[in-house]
Design a protein around this ligand. Structure first.
Ligand SMILES: C[S@@+](CC[C@H](N)C(=O)[O-])C[C@H]1O[C@@H](n2cnc3c(N)ncnc32)[C@H](O)[C@@H]1O
Length: 215
């Protein structure tokens, strides 16, 4: 992995650069459209309403989607800098958005207080021991559903990573996991997988997973 995900984003320059890359570049815009399409498709599996928590929200890519879906949104991140960029952007949301500085490993919320928890492009940045802790915290605060993203570790993605490394390109995938590993870890945390979808498997490692609490 290239950087420590907790400290790297505690910096205004990094926060602004991240926001620009995710929202303003052609690549960022294309991925945003594709990701939105996948998330909208997942909505056929459940009714999205009520209160949502966007964990490790960064500058608000997923929070923006949740706001458009008319949810009451709590956006949480460890980085003040990321949260302040988000705050500037969503200042006119009239009480539908609350911003909280929080550590994913220990969430300051009561059990089952969110209808949906989202967590994108963060769990892939942390090692498996922490991933398990985050899964448990997400399961604790979620009433039923969570929408999470990971770096996939299937055969094609392993080959792609190897070739990228060989050609001198860095991979920002962090700690990839197979679907079997994720399914086992999520089950221990109290979730079952409802649906999975790769963002664009030829070009990214991003695996988007809809999970539901085991009843
Ligand atoms: C790659 S960004 C993803 C942001 C956003 N979810 C998105 O998809 O654009 C990773 C985020 O995780 C946050 N982060 C890192 N460690 C964290 C922790 N322990 N608790 C909460 N957020 C954390 C960083 O500050 C950063 O905003």
């Amino acid at each position: 992995m290239e950087h420590d995900s907790k400290s790297y984003y505690q910096n205004y320059a990094a926060a602004r650069k991240y926001d620009k890359t995710r929202f303003k570049t052609i690549r960022g815009r294309v991925f945003k459209i594709l990701r939105t399409r996948i998330m909208n498709r997942f909505l056929s599996e459940f009714c999205l309403k009520g209160k949502a928590f966007d964990l490790a929200c960064g500058t608000g890519l997923i929070s923006e989607w949740l706001l458009k879906k008319k949810c009451k949104v709590v956006s949480g991140d460890f980085s003040f800098e990321m949260l302040s960029v988000l705050k500037e952007k969503f200042s006119g949301t009239n009480g539908s958005l609350n911003i909280v500085r929080t550590d994913a490993l220990s969430l300051p919320f009561q059990a089952e207080c969110f209808d949906l928890v989202t967590c994108f492009r963060f769990i892939n940045l942390i090692p498996p021991e922490s991933r398990m802790k985050v899964h448990k915290e997400v399961a604790r605060v979620s009433r039923k559903y969570a929408l999470l993203s990971y770096s996939a570790a299937d055969r094609y993605q392993r080959l792609r990573r190897f070739l990228k490394g060989f050609l001198g390109y860095s991979s920002n995938g962090g700690f990839p996991a197979t679907k079997e590993e994720l399914s086992n870890e999520l089950r221990i945390a109290g979730f079952e997988i409802v649906s999975t979808k790769m963002l664009l498997s030829l070009f990214t490692e991003e695996l988007i997973v809809l999970v539901k609490k085991i009843t």
